[in-house]
Design a protein around this ligand. Structure first.
Ligand SMILES: [Zn+2]
Ligand SMILES: [Zn+2]
Length: 147
């Protein structure tokens, strides 16, 4: 099964060289709300080497985060959909905007972070781990890598 995705206009397409849909989490922080223009972002973590561009050439936008790390965002130069980013604080890891995956309807979030900023109308599954701010790294990784 090829796991592919792309921007809204179709100019940039990518493929994930992984066996199954990657684990995703939702971030409800204010930056994610503003940047997505929505209530939260859905992010999938994969190895940077597991993304292959199959059409077009993403543009790069470098953003220095509040903690001083360099976040390198890839987006479509035509429709400006954000596709994925890497961050100097987490070498080798790519964070895919999971809503750009063709099969995004199959995603089921494994964790929610920054729920203290969550929209008040939103109800999340009680069985899914949630943290008020960022999750401690070890806990977060454990939730995301479990089968
Ligand atoms: Zn586009
Ligand atoms: Zn966020």
């Amino acid at each position: 099964m090829a796991i592919e995705g792309g921007c809204r206009c179709g100019a940039v397409r990518y493929r994930l060289t992984v066996e199954a849909m990657p684990p995703v989490y939702c971030c409800h922080c204010l930056t994610c709300q503003t940047w997505s223009g929505s209530a939260f972002t859905q992010q999938a973590l994969i190895g940077e080497g597991q993304i292959e561009v199959i059409a077009g050439e993403p543009e790069v936008y470098v953003n220095i985060t509040a903690s001083g790390s360099e976040s390198v965002q890839r987006l479509c130069g035509t429709c400006h959909t954000r596709l994925w980013n890497t961050n100097s604080a987490r070498p080798g890891v790519a964070v895919v905007r999971a809503g750009t995956l063709d099969a995004s309807a199959e995603l089921s979030p494994r964790a929610h972070i920054w729920t203290k900023r969550m929209q008040p109308w939103l109800v999340i599954d009680e069985g899914v781990p949630a943290w008020l701010e960022n999750a401690p790294t070890a806990d977060f990784v454990a939730v995301l890598v479990k089968k």
